[in-house]
Design a protein around this ligand. Structure first.
Ligand code: GDP
Ligand code: IMO
Ligand code: MG
Length: 423
């Protein structure tokens, strides 16, 4: 067994990329398995900031190769732009990157439909990133999508594009009153994209399983998070994929028997971008203060993130549906200056305690809090658990009690080395 999966345990932006980057030195292949350019994964490396949307964050390790798996929906414009930006920073990408032939492509109309759909929803909008994610997965499921492998044969591509786009053109016109599509322009864009990537297209399930058989180690990089999962999250305020463990397997083609570690990532508090319920949200000055301390602004859209206390009821759901073997906690340093810290330990509805994260009616719950004394010490230079202030150790131990899995890694700063690993 030699695959490890990294999964967001909250509503995204937990610091997944920081841990992927930290762990990548032990892995030969880093694989994205879900989502698209809605993700914003930040790594601070040698004082420089890199924000990844589609390229797996492990690319910063010179020995690693990276794979964009079949579960991803790829926006070819964003992808090529990201590759150009990385190569301008002297990070070779194309010779170390593979693209799954069965991943679906995001076409210009997916973004148009995403944005028009949000506008039509008005006050009920999801608050999507506008990157075409929902419409692309919708087409995948309704079998009107275009896959990367469809680009291999020009005649087939033309035929497939004709069939899909005559249908999509009607949808754009009748549902959204959007102008007709320029089929030839899209065809030319796709051909030009194909010429740039054709030598990197693979059957990724075959490729990855062969590598595992050869004893290579694979790290699966999750995007989005458990509470944004279309099945397990706060539907309809979710993304349109399964960022959870099932999506990691389906979206990479790796069998479950290869997976030995499933690491959930959480912040030491909680954030959320976009609409939807968030029980432990702090809406007043405290929330604004937390946002400024944690610099909580979206890596993809720049939107201010909603901030609140850590919610271990939500974490317990993440432990359950992913089978997490351990948790990694990011941004402990952001809580350095608080006199007291609240920890969400459960929920009540109409004064009755409930025993799990509900699939319905999360907006009706009231969190139950425990209050713990803060540590009031700067911890960003601490490198061992024993050297953390006692109150910080107590905070971690209390979280472990509540979620019943170990906290194995603690991040105390954005930099790769600002990390504590517990034996
Ligand atoms: P991801 O989407 O889960 O990869 O997370 P994002 O990159 O969207 O957001 C996490 C943010 O927190 C990034 O700006 C990181 O540089 C930053 N970060 C990660 N770990 C730490 C930490 O331990 N302390 C601090 N202060 N910042 C961190
Ligand atoms: P990473 O990988 C935080 C949110 C959007 C919106 C909802 C649906 O960086 O953690 P979508 O564009 O996916 O249809 O939007 O999901 N969302 C994220 N929030 N981090 C992300 O990714 C997100 N990806 C999508 O804000 O509420
Ligand atoms: Mg992010």
């Amino acid at each position: 067994m030699s695959a490890t999966v990294i999964i967001g345990a909250q509503w995204g932006d937990e610091g997944k990329a920081k841990f992927v980057d930290f762990l990548s030195s032990d892995y030969q292949y880093i694989v994205r398995y879900a989502g698209g350019a809605n993700a914003g994964h930040t790594v601070i490396f040698e004082g420089k900031k890199f924000v990844f949307h589609l390229v797996p964050s492990g690319i910063l390790h010179k020995h690693s190769e990276v794979v964009i798996g079949n579960g991803v929906v790829l926006d070819y414009d964003y992808f090529l732009q990201e590759v150009r930006e990385l190569e301008a920073e002297h990070i070779p990408v194309m010779e170390r990157l593979y693209l799954s032939d069965s991943m679906h492509l995001i076409l210009p109309y997916h973004k148009m439909i995403d944005q028009a759909g949000e506008e039509m929803l008005g006050a009920n909008k999801i608050g999507t990133t506008g990157r075409g994610i929902g419409p692309a997965y919708q087409d995948k499921m309704s079998r009107k999508g275009l896959r990367l492998g469809d680009l291999h044969n020009e005649a087939y591509l033309k035929e497939r594009l004709d069939a899909i786009m005559s249908f999509k053109g009607k949808e754009l016109e009748l549902l959204y009153s959007l102008p007709p599509l320029d089929k030839n322009k899209i065809f030319d864009e796709l051909r030009s994209f194909y010429e740039k990537v054709k030598h990197r297209i693979i059957n990724s399930p075959f490729f990855l399983n062969e590598k595992l058989k050869q004893g290579k180690k694979i790290l699966l990089e999750g995007a989005q998070a458990t509470c944004l999962d279309v099945d397990h999250g706060t539907y309809p305020y979710v993304t349109s994929s399964n960022p959870t463990i099932g999506g990691a397997l389906t979206g990479s083609g790796i069998g479950p028997r290869w997976v030995d570690n499933i690491i959930g990532i959480s912040k030491a508090y909680t954030t959320r971008v976009g609409s939807g319920p968030f029980p432990t949200e702090l809406t007043g000055d405290l929330g604004n203060h937390l946002r400024e301390l944690g610099r909580e602004y979206g890596a993809t859209t720049g939107r201010p993130r909603r901030c609140g206390w850590l919610d271990t009821e939500a974490l317990r759901m993440a432990v359950r549906v992913n089978g997490l073997t351990a948790l990694a906690i990011a941004k402990m340093d952001v809580l350095d200056e608080f006199d007291t810290i609240k920890l969400g330990v459960g929920y009540t509805i109409k004064n009755e305690t409930i025993d799990h994260f509900p699939s319905y009616g999360l907006e009706r719950v009231t969190p139950i809090y425990e209050e713990m004394p803060g540590w009031k010490t700067k911890i960003s230079s601490v490198r061992s658990f024993a050297d953390l202030p006692v109150n910080a150790q107590k905070y971690i131990r209390r979280i472990e009690d509540l979620i019943e899995i170990p906290v194995r890694i603690i991040s105390v700063g954005a930099d790769r080395n600002a990390t504590i690993v517990r034996p």
